[in-house]
Design a protein around this ligand. Structure first.
Ligand code: NAD
Length: 480
């Protein structure tokens, strides 16, 4: 039995009242470990260790802070195999994906913000002949970072790294569904020389310890990535407390595929955007709008590829599709497919659970699913499914594609596929999403603003946006 503990005051610490939750491996459906069901007593300890560490950490020379973060990045890279295996065990993702994407990008997050902090300059505003203003950007204090299960270490570090780089102490909570790599990170942080109390990691349920972290009066800012409903609850509860709040929430992302796209490249990339990580990436394309001239050809090529993508043992290096993260999540995805089946939709492929053999027979696997002829207002076209399910809809011209793409409560990411650069610029300008990729997907430059409009969130992460979020701006005006 794999037992995970909290990380408080530089030590692995069992939960105050000895209560643990089960940790389940999605590939086998079996319980393989226990994690703390943390409560307010655990949080109180974490807060007091952060209070002890805060001033010293904030005053630690920038280069020293940066060196520690670079060391953490290096240690993540050195432990890539163990971390990738842990990620696959907890999440069900193919181990090759964890090795190529999740873990290297977690290291990049620390590297990037270690350097970003040293380049983060504050501005000054001269009032000629009168006064000079300069802006101090000081650490917020103790901040809460809460992350989801789909890209566990990648998104956990995407918050922690800028928060620490900016001189804050952090109380972080990974998803209770995928706690393992966060607990391994604790050990790496200690080995890298991160002082005690600067980072605490508390495990447990969102509605219990997650909520307690957000609401604790000593937590001055909350950076949250997760579902839109949870984000709404947090925003409601925190509004009267005037905390800084960053929300990265769900998506229902359109892919707009024009007939003049580079066909082979687009098929490859749109397929990846649809089904990578079993479709469980907030940025995955789930509504595909295809120009009518190439609709049938594109559909056939996509369905052919989907039929060849068979879920398999995620621990096998050759696996391209692993397990859905949990039994509950699989049921939710299948429920959406039922709604589509009950309408006039065509299920072109998939739409069902898959049972693998041997040790994997109780795992949570699902065939890639492609649906067409679905009303635009059907739940499968409007709500986030967050699984290997996409819908196809034809369009005639750019204006219709823009209208369809914007017909959503969400506004996270759009992909546009065309070789006409003027058309790409026009559509990019018109779609209401925080991120637009043209002829690519998940092509990330960590300096760029990252986040969504509408129900996809509030605020932006990445680069200076994150550094600004994790600091308080104070203007000093000097009259001469
Ligand atoms: P979730 O909202 O259920 O949980 C996210 C995290 O919040 C978990 O750690 C959970 O324990 C915690 N939590 C739950 N209730 C809480 C509360 N009341 N207060 C504080 N913390 C609480 O989401 P999930 O199912 O883990 O993740 C999937 C969702 O995350 C999807 O909607 C996906 O689109 C979204 N997501 C968004 C982005 C983005 O960058 N926009 C990235 C990845 C995932």
């Amino acid at each position: 039995m794999d037992i995970i503990d909290n990380f408080i005051g530089g030590e692995l610490t069992p939960p105050a009242d000895g209560d643990y939750l089960e940790n389940i491996c999605p590939a086998t459906g079996q319980v393989y470990g226990k994690i703390p069901n943390s409560n307010d007593a655990d949080l109180a300890k974490a807060i007091s260790s952060a209070q002890e560490a805060q001033q010293t950490w904030a005053n630690t020379p920038l280069e020293q802070r940066s060196d520690i973060l670079l060391k953490i990045a290096q240690l993540i890279e050195e432990h890539i195999d163990e971390l990738a295996l842990a990620e696959s065990l907890d999440n069900g993702k193919p181990i090759s994906l964890a090795k190529q994407v999740d873990i290297p990008r977690a290291a990049s997050n620390f590297k990037f913000f270690a350097n970003a902090a040293t380049q983060f300059a504050s501005e000054s505003h001269a009032m000629p002949g009168d006064a000079i203003n300069y802006t101090l950007r000081q650490p917020v204090g103790i901040v809460g970072c809460i992350s989801p299960w789909n890209l566990p270490l990648y998104l956990f570090t995407w918050k922690i790294a800028p928060a620490l780089a900016a001189g804050n102490c952090v109380i972080a909570k990974p998803s209770e569904v995928t706690p393992k790599t966060a607990s391994m990170l604790a050990k790496l942080c200690l080995d890298a020389g991160l002082p005690k109390g600067v980072l605490s990691i508390l495990h447990g349920q969102g509605q219990q310890i997650g909520r307690m972290i957000c609401n604790h009066p000593e937590i001055k800012a909350v950076s949250f990535t997760g579902g839109t409903q949870t984000g709404g609850q947090i925003a409601t509860e925190l509004a009267p407390r005037f905390k800084k709040l960053s929300l990265e929430l769900g998506g229902k992302n359109p892919a707009i595929i024009f007939s003049d796209c580079d066909f082979e490249h687009t098929i490859e990339q749109v397929f990846r955007a649809s089904f990578a990580n079993q479709g469980q990436i907030c940025l995955c394309a789930s509504r595909l709008y295809i120009q009518r001239e190439i609709y049938d050809k594109f559909k056939e090529a996509l369905v052919k590829k989907a039929k060849q993508l068979v879920p398999s043992d995620p621990f096998n290096e050759s696996s391209k599709m692993g397990a859905i993260v949990s039994k509950q999540h699989l049921s939710k995805i299948l429920h959406f497919v039922e709604l589509a089946k009950n309408s006039n939709a065509n299920i072109l492929c998939g739409g069902y659970q898959i049972t693998l053999k041997g040790e994997l027979e109780n795992g949570f696997y699902m065939a890639p699913t492609i649906i067409e002829n679905l009303a635009i207002d059907n739940a499968c076209n409007q709500q986030e499914i967050f699984g290997p399910v996409i819908t196809l809809t034809p369009f005639d011209d750019a204006q219709e594609a823009i209208t369809l793409a914007n017909n959503s409560d969400y506004g996270l990411a759009t992909t546009i596929w065309t070789q006409d650069i003027n058309k790409a610029h026009h559509v990019a300008e018109q779609v209401n999403t925080g991120i637009v990729w043209v002829n690519c997907w998940l092509h990330r430059d960590l300096r760029t603003p990252f986040g969504g409009m509408k129900n996809s969130g509030l605020g932006r992460e990445g680069g200076n946006e994150a550094m600004r979020f994790f600091t308080e701006a104070k203007n000093v005006c000097i009259k001469y």
